[in-house]
Design a protein around this ligand. Structure first.
Ligand SMILES: [Zn+2]
Length: 269
């Protein structure tokens, strides 16, 4: 079935995910999921990587080169490819996604909750505070699935980034947040697998012990990709290293929509 849920966990490092996410680890161990190591694009900043993940383009091409570049995307992206193919889109995400794909600048009252078929994110639920609880974000995502049955859903929790920037990556608070996210997600992922969704779990960038990201080191670049395809056996821990630029065309293939010709990197599925 051509439905996809992308869980883009902000600042989810590869090592923290592998060490802390036991339910996803179970799916990998039992070959119900495939695990890849993703080398993130540069700079390892949020808004630039949101656009890279959704367009398959490097920063120098899409032009969202820093967090302060506040405008709509002007590149073909996953939401657009899905909507143009007649698919239904949804997101439970930080408000920067509303700015990139719906309207910019963000109006807290008008844009927080939208159900509008003319938008690229047709069913959007957005938050503005970095300490917005992950569990609230996840249940919003679960509600969007039950209520709207979207073909493409973006789920974007900020908890790893908030704990990492507050306590540093070498802290129990950061590491434990991966355990909590995995625990919260387990029941949702099980439900979404039953519904036939393809599910991807990845990060936009990592974070370092200095409570920051943006540089070039492995701790800010290496993020996981867990891939679950209902009805298709997973490959377990593949040991493969892939580019972040491969995610967008892979999602287009999973959605069954044409891969935009701007997405040049080979899809993994
Ligand atoms: Zn981020």
């Amino acid at each position: 079935m051509n439905k996809v849920i992308l869980i883009l966990s902000d600042a989810l490092r590869y090592d923290a995910a592998v060490a802390g996410m036991g339910y996803l680890g179970h799916l990998v161990e039992t070959k119900q999921a495939s695990l890849y190591k993703v080398i993130g694009e540069l700079p390892s900043m949020s808004r630039p990587m949101y656009e890279t993940v959704h367009t398959g383009l490097p920063v120098s091409v899409h032009g969202i080169y820093a967090n302060y570049v506040v405008r709509r995307s002007n590149q073909v992206n996953i939401f657009q490819a899905a909507v143009e193919a007649g698919k239904t889109t949804a997101a439970a995400a930080y408000y920067w996604f509303s700015e990139l794909y719906n309207r910019s600048p963000y109006d807290r009252l008008d844009d927080r909750e939208v159900d509008d078929g003319t938008l690229l994110i047709q069913h959007g639920r957005f938050y503005t505070e970095d300490d917005y609880p992950d569990i609230e974000l996840f249940v919003t995502a679960g509600m969007l699935v039950r209520k709207f049955n979207p073909d493409y859903l973006l789920v974007h929790p900020m908890g790893m980034d908030f704990k990492g920037e507050t306590f540093g990556a070498d802290s129990p608070e950061y590491r434990n947040q991966a355990v909590f996210q995995d625990m919260y997600l387990a029941a949702l992922i099980a439900e979404w697998m039953q519904l036939g969704y393809n599910i991807l779990v990845t990060g936009d960038h990592g974070i370092n012990a200095d409570r920051l990201h943006g540089g070039t080191t492995p701790e800010v670049r290496e993020v996981p990709l867990f891939l679950i395809q209902p009805g298709i056996p997973g490959k377990g821990d593949t040991g493969e290293i892939i580019s972040q630029l491969q995610i967008a065309p892979s999602i287009c293939n999973l959605l069954g929509v044409p891969v935009p010709e701007t997405m040049l990197h080979p899809p993994i599925v």
